[in-house]
Design a protein around this ligand. Sequence first.
Ligand code: B12
Length: 210
Amino acid sequence: MISQDVDQFEKALLSFDRLAAENILNKSDGDRTPIQFIEELIVPALERLGTGWEEGRVALSQIYMSGRICEKLVNDILSPCVQKRTDQPRMAIGVLEDYHLLGKRIVYSALRASGFELLDYGQITVDELVRRIKEERIKVLLISVLMLPSALLVKKVREKLKETGTEVKIVVGGAPFRFDNNLWKEVEADAMGNNASEAVQIITKIMEEL
Ligand code: B12
């Protein structure tokens, strides 16, 4: 993806122009998978907007609308790319007490497109998550967060699971873990992935080991 495309895509988002954003996606070449499109165009553009917001150049309304536009685009791109599932230990993904849902949506679709079946817990609290893991006998849990306080809650999930002797592999991802390389170990996760492709690699390895 050339950086000019990311510039134009960012501009379209900033001016709430969904059609222009869609056109940029559509004109990009066909060699890439939908996940690659997202990782190379949508993710960097949203990250730039986040930095712009931090620096006071971008309004929260622009971040909000950009998020909504990208949610729609991601849904349109990812819906059809589901393949055959493989037999595997039970797995689930959730967003822990956080409103940033796009990353989870992408990781979920990338895993399903790679043949893995997983439950989507959506947005979930610590207690509800622990209850469902036990009830639904989940063996691998993916947690997505973009807020630091939410990332720190992963440790609470681990503690509560330990208290009841529930063994689960926890894989985490999202901005706080990318900003701080050691955070995933501090919250007692088993692995951390930077993007959807890494999520697929990690899960493939865990499934081989289980
Ligand atoms: C869009 C956005 C929003 C949208 C969210 C829309 C939606 N439905 O998701 C809205 C407007 C709602 C929003 C709200 C807020 N936001 Co906001 N937001 C963003 C922004 C600009 C982009 C996030 C995004 O969607 N990125 C694209 C996705 C696809 O990327 P991603 O989630 O990182 O996922 C990728 C990887 O991380 C990885 N991944 C993700 N999950 C997982 C899980 C696993 C297991 C694995 C392996 C990998 C993995 O794979 C994904 C694909 O590559 C970021 C900036 C940034 N740098 O991230 C700020 C950002 C996350 N927001 C921030 C803040 C502060 C807020 C608000 C508190 C603002 C406010 N004052 O109200 C609220 C809080 C909401 C809440 N309580 O959760 C801060 C967080 C700071 C922090 N670390 O604590 C950021 C970093 C902006 C900043 N630079 O300050 N936000």
